[in-house]
Design a protein around this ligand. Structure first.
Ligand SMILES: Cc1cc2nc3c(=O)[nH]c(=O)nc-3n(C[C@H](O)[C@H](O)[C@H](O)COP(=O)(O)O)c2cc1C
Ligand code: SF4
Length: 519
């Protein structure tokens, strides 16, 4: 059926922008990065100023509110798109600079900041290729850039099993942190008995230090929708729930608008594009809390109960939301799906040593914090220094908190080790927070344990009591009793019901082994 291999693998994106040029169709387009990060530092004012200045000068140009292109460090960012020229990214365009930017644009090419090329060097922007270069509120723009083409082709060929086969060969592993094979979930749900099955998009992302899914949703909601529709089709799901974090208002607004547009265009609803595939899609918001992102707790919340994880088995593919077979996938996982089906399994396995690309959220003590997509197998040093531009002042990075509150603390001597799923260090959900010597390791561990203690749903004693005791062990005057910590951490890891408790001791365990003198 040609789920793959129909197009040659695209060449890497040009420097200065992602893999697509000229997202919006106008001879001159100025895309203002109006994602959450940009808006918090004045992107809305920049947008208004550019609109006014373009009108005043009677310029034949479009000013568009785009998503963030990942350069949170440079916000408010404006990307200049003109004909076939490579996109030009202009950082920190405040209201005061709006007129000067237009002068430079009309005079020729505005100069790009050196940091832009540095930030993009070494990245491989595939999932993010359109973020910040298109109008996320305009389905016409997404369609012009190829959205829903794969869906049309796949539905026309009517073989969900081939979709599963292609994704299986690509070895796509879930980006929600556990790296479970996406195709196996879809196959499980497809084979499960029952007339009604669900596909849930997990857009909860409730932990500190992780913000990549929000960026993807804000920047390119139609790519998410197409991926989710393809997954639902493959898994035999006729119901889809888009579950978005309760405070991710912009992401929710963009996805809600995209959904309405997709429904009006016939990509969602009864007999999609005249095929036998029907899917009802609903947008739901989380009410806050890290544990809500855990798949079974999320399902409890959907059913109107307190968000407490359920024991497994049964696994969601057998009995999930409302007792129906359910697939739950992370936003980033689903973003990958249209790309693999368009370009083929071999394209994906040819990236990142067979693991593809990964989206990272880089924050903390670096010159260029933001959202980065790169081939797996890269190192923390690549992220911190090559893309992140190194420390912003004389204080060097002495610790990385990798993977958020479920992750580990990594010392500089391990910054050159490749990040590979299931490896050590494990990229996890892709949160990379750089800390300098002014943040003692013990303090970092305390913050992480404190967070997990607060967020524990309280259902099981080892997590509820044990995580708090591990934190309290740090508060004594004496050095930490390594033996006591190791024993308690083991109990919490093994006896906790869900991933929150199972991973909560990782920060203190990694601190003990990697920073022996620091606790
Ligand atoms: C405490 C906790 C929080 C989680 N939060 C999220 C989340 O915000 N988003 C997410 O996709 N997965 C989260 N997960 C993982 C989900 O349970 C599930 O594995 C994931 O949504 C499956 O999608 P994937 O296979 O595409 O990765 C969390 C797990 C735990 C234990
Ligand atoms: S491990 Fe913690 S968060 Fe998970 S079910 Fe048990 S108490 Fe709740």
């Amino acid at each position: 059926m040609g789920c793959e291999g129909e197009k040659p693998p695209p060449s890497p994106p040009p420097p200065g922008g992602g893999g697509v040029g000229g997202g919006v169709s106008a001879p001159l387009t100025l895309v203002v990065g109006a994602g959450t990060c940009g808006l918090s530092v004045g992107a809305a004012d920049t947008l208004r100023a550019l609109h006014a200045e373009v009108a005043r000068r009677n310029l034949p140009a479009r000013v568009v509110a785009g998503g963030c292109n990942g350069m949170c460090w440079a916000a408010p960012v404006v990307t200049v798109l003109r004909g076939d020229e490579a996109p030009r990214v202009i950082p920190r365009v405040t209201v005061a600079q709006a007129a000067a930017l237009l002068d430079a644009v009309t005079a020729g090419a505005p100069r790009e900041h050196a940091g832009v090329a540095g930030f993009l060097a070494g990245q491989r922007r595939e999932l993010m290729s359109r973020c910040g270069l298109m109008d996320p509120g305009d389905i016409a723009d997404a369609i012009r850039l190829g959205s829903y083409e794969v869906l049309k082709r796949v539905l026309g060929e009517a073989q969900p099993e081939r979709v599963i086969e292609t994704i299986k060969r690509a070895g796509l592993r879930g980006r929600g942190g556990a790296y479970f094979q996406a195709a196996l979930k879809w196959e499980g749900a497809r084979r499960a008995a029952g007339p009604i099955k669900y596909l849930i998009v997990n857009g909860e992302e409730g932990e500190p230090g992780i913000f990549k899914d929000r960026h993807l949703l804000e920047g390119d909601p139609h790519r998410l929708l197409e991926g989710a529709l393809l997954a639902a089709y493959a898994a035999g799901a006729s119901r889809m729930i888009l579950y978005i974090h309760g405070e991710a208002h912009l992401a929710a607004r963009h996805i809600e608008r995209a959904l309405a547009q997709a429904a009006a265009a016939g990509f969602v609803g009864e007999r999609v594009l005249g095929s036998d595939f029907s899917v009802a899609v609903e947008l739901r918001r989380g009410a806050g809390g890290f544990v809500l992102g855990e798949e079974t707790a999320l399902m409890e919340s959907l059913e109107g109960r307190r968000a407490m994880p359920r024991p497994k088995p049964p696994f969601p593919t057998e009995s999930g939301v409302h007792g129906r077979p359910t697939v739950i996938n992370n936003v980033e996982t689903l973003f990958t799906v249209p790309l693999i089906l368009e370009r083929g399994a071999a394209w994906w396995t040819g990236l990142g040593g067979g693991h593809g690309t990964k989206v990272f959220g880089l924050s903390g003590h670096v010159a260029r914090p933001g959202v980065i997509e790169a081939e797996l197998g890269l190192t923390l040093r690549d992220l911190l220094e090559r893309m992140g531009g190194g420390a912003p002042d004389a204080r060097t990075v002495t610790t990385v908190a990798l993977g958020g509150p479920s992750g580990i603390l990594v010392p500089p001597r391990r910054f050159d080790e490749p990040l590979v799923p299931g490896g050590n260090p494990n990229p996890g959900t892709g949160g990379v927070a750089a800390l300098h010597a002014g943040v003692p390791v013990a303090e970092a561990v305390r913050v992480l344990l404190d967070f997990n203690t607060r967020e524990s749903c309280g259902k099981c004693t080892p997590c509820r009591e044990g995580t708090a005791r591990l934190r309290d062990m740090l508060d004594g005057r004496a050095p930490v009793d390594r033996q006591a910590v190791a024993e308690l951490a083991d109990v919490v890891r093994v006896a906790s019901l869900c991933g929150l408790g199972q991973a909560a001791p990782l920060s203190i365990l990694s601190a003990l082994s990697e920073f022996p003198g620091e606790l």
